[in-house]
Write a protein that binds this ligand. Structure first.
Ligand code: ZN
Length: 274
């Protein structure tokens, strides 16, 4: 082989290498890490037959009838970051210890970051009803938003399609589409006050209140008990009332419920009892 031919071949090799790296994209290394972790969990699932038994059992008898556990709750967040790229980076850095199943960018592009059957780290400390390990029960969806701006139409449309898919695939109840602030009212306010919960509830994602004209709130009606029935953690009732007003009245600020707010709460309470 002549020197010229060798140089040409080497140039081709370099080009092929660069092209393959470009093709793999900036997340090639973290995708590899994801696959490695998934394989480790697959090994864990295979470990029991013929191996060590769990808890206090003395023998292993593998049943023939089972499938995977399903998510039963969807938690919607805003990223409170400046771009989708920033969020993708945050969720692929081990030191941040945060993640979500899906990230929806302002142009409506949806990034799937974790298999729906696996547990993302998006909820932190929080509870909904009697569920205290929200991450184990839920799918986490992060919508790219700085925490203050309105959400874009393309991202709301993508979110609507995604929620529809999840609802039908896993049989998630209407009332179980909630926001991060619902499960952690003392720490979180996402998705922000501009999130159109009414629009989503009309499509079957989350509860919404009915017309309150003529509604009479019974004298015995207890606001805090009602918030608890809906699912809220009421240990800090002021924070819970603020979360409730932000979501259902799209209002920030007041720490108490007006007569009109109590009518809204009453109609929601009655729906939650069904
Ligand atoms: Zn959040």
């Amino acid at each position: 082989m002549s020197m010229k031919t060798l140089t040409f071949c080497l140039s081709l090799c370099v080009l092929a290498l660069v092209a393959s790296r470009c093709h793999k994209g900036p997340y090639a290394a973290t995708n590899k890490s994801y696959n490695k972790q998934v394989k480790a969990y697959a090994r864990e699932l295979r470990r029991n037959p013929g191996g060590q038994t769990m808890a206090t059992a003395t023998s292993w008898v593998g049943t023939t009838n089972f499938n995977m556990r399903k998510p039963n709750l969807v938690v919607i967040h805003h990223t409170a970051q400046n771009s989708c790229d920033q969020t993708l980076k945050t969720f692929t850095l081990p030191r941040t210890q945060v993640s979500a199943h899906y990230v929806i960018c302002q142009d409506g592009i949806v990034h799937h970051m974790l298999n729906d059957y696996l547990r993302a780290w998006h909820g932190g400390v929080g509870r909904w009803g009697s569920i205290t390990d929200v991450n184990s029960a839920s799918i986490g969806i992060e919508v790219d938003n700085d925490g203050f701006k309105p959400f874009t139409e393309p991202q709301l449309a993508s979110l609507m399609t995604l929620l529809d898919t999840l609802k039908h695939r896993y049989g998630i109840p209407t009332a179980n589409f909630i926001g991060h602030a619902d499960i952690a009212p003392t720490r979180k306010n996402d998705p922000n006050v501009n999130f159109p919960w009414k629009r989503f509830a009309e499509k079957g994602f989350g509860l919404w209140w009915s017309d309150t004209t003529g509604v009479q709130v019974p004298a015995s009606f207890d606001d805090i008990d009602a918030l608890k029935v809906i699912g809220y953690d009421v240990r800090d009732s002021v924070a819970t009332i603020q979360a409730f007003r932000r979501k259902f009245l799209q209002l920030e600020g007041s720490k108490t419920l007006s007569d009109g707010d109590r009518k809204v709460l009453y109609t929601l309470y009655k729906q939650a009892l069904r």
